[in-house]
Design a protein around this ligand. Structure first.
Ligand code: EAX
Length: 331
């Protein structure tokens, strides 16, 4: 009897060991997601939502660790390069530097191209948006969804900007993007391309007078501590994206690839909502933190930088016609 009971105990123990999931088992895929902004920014909300959806839908077989605030690189261009080098698995961030990897991403950088967010998403969520995202496959990346950075506005420490003439001579940091730089040159500004990670210090030290970004970035990066004047120029709509390194995406089983695509779309819609609310709420907070806010007549700004279209349309190659399609969609 004694022998019998011991063998039963042994059998049960073996079964428990084999059947019970091994607590804390290493996930099949452990991925690093990087972005360039603080955890208070909408990107982080979108990144965490993506993480949560993917981990839940894969039963923890895929684990995503989110690294905010440039922890995986020295700015967005660096993070995007990381996708190609294998140091970053997932990127959440703006399209700003992407024109340096695939020229046709410059399509979205033309000044005053988009009239409002309805116009923006009629393009990004349609055939043009799908086509532009697909171009990343040839660059070692898989673009999964369009998030939102937002309409970009000017800040500076030197003077109030009531009209287009008031920006002449300002030294403004731009993203590493030749269309943005050209736009500011046509307005008489001295553009300084710089990684986002260096901007706050440069403003603090006075090596630049100002910068331009959407309201959520201006507030969550505490630029009110080093900038006095906010001018609501809305001169470019800056899309953001969820992009996976193609080597990583291709290594996933088909069912996980589908989960990634669906989770990215859901996270992007969620992030756009968060970003939109921040854009509406944060202008008052910027005023309360001492910023003077002006809303100049934008027509002179638009007229002054119209030449950028002719100067850079050729960069879009066979997709140059998409620029006219986007303009037409806004009429
Ligand atoms: O993506 O570099 C920039 O100005 C970007 O808008 C910012 O990092 C958020």
């Amino acid at each position: 009897m004694k022998y019998c009971s011991r063998s039963v105990v042994l059998l049960v123990a073996v079964m428990l060991l084999v059947c019970a999931p091994i607590a804390g088992a290493a996930p099949r895929f452990s991925l690093k997601l990087g972005h360039a902004v603080p955890e208070e920014n909408a990107y982080h909300y979108g990144a965490v939502k993506f993480k949560e959806l993917v981990e839940a839908k894969t039963g923890g077989e895929v684990q995503i660790d989110v690294f905010p605030n440039n922890q995986l690189g020295t700015g967005e261009r660096d993070l995007i390069e990381g996708l190609q080098l294998g140091t970053v698995d997932v990127y959440v961030g703006s399209t700003g530097p992407m024109g340096g990897f695939e020229k046709r991403f410059l399509l979205f950088d033309f000044p005053f191209l988009f009239k409002d967010k309805k116009h923006v998403y009629s393009v990004l969520d349609g055939e043009i948006g799908r086509h532009i995202l697909s171009l990343l496959d040839a660059k070692g990346m898989r673009g999964l969804a369009w998030m939102e950075n937002g309409f970009r506005n000017l800040t500076n420490v030197k003077r109030s900007v009531g009209g287009v003439g008031d920006v002449k001579g300002l030294k403004i940091r731009t993203m590493e993007n030749k269309v943005h730089m050209a736009m500011w040159r046509t307005l008489g500004v001295d553009p300084t391309p710089m990684a986002w990670s260096e901007v706050f210090t440069a403003l603090q030290q006075g090596t630049i007078d100002g910068q331009e970004n959407p309201i959520p970035v201006i507030y969550t990066s505490k630029l009110y501590e080093v900038q006095k004047h906010l001018t609501l120029t809305r001169h470019v709509f800056s899309p953001a994206m969820i992009v996976v390194a193609k080597a990583v995406f291709d290594s996933l089983p088909g069912e996980y690839q589908k989960i990634f695509a669906e989770a990215a779309q859901e996270a992007a819609l969620y992030e756009r909502g968060v970003c939109d609310k921040m854009e509406n709420d944060f202008i008052d907070l910027l005023k309360r933190n001492g910023m003077e806010v002006t809303t100049p007549d934008l027509a002179p700004f638009q007229d002054a930088c119209r030449s950028v279209y002719e100067e850079f349309k050729g960069e879009l190659g066979e997709d140059a016609g998409l620029l006219d399609q986007i303009v037409a969609a806004g009429k």
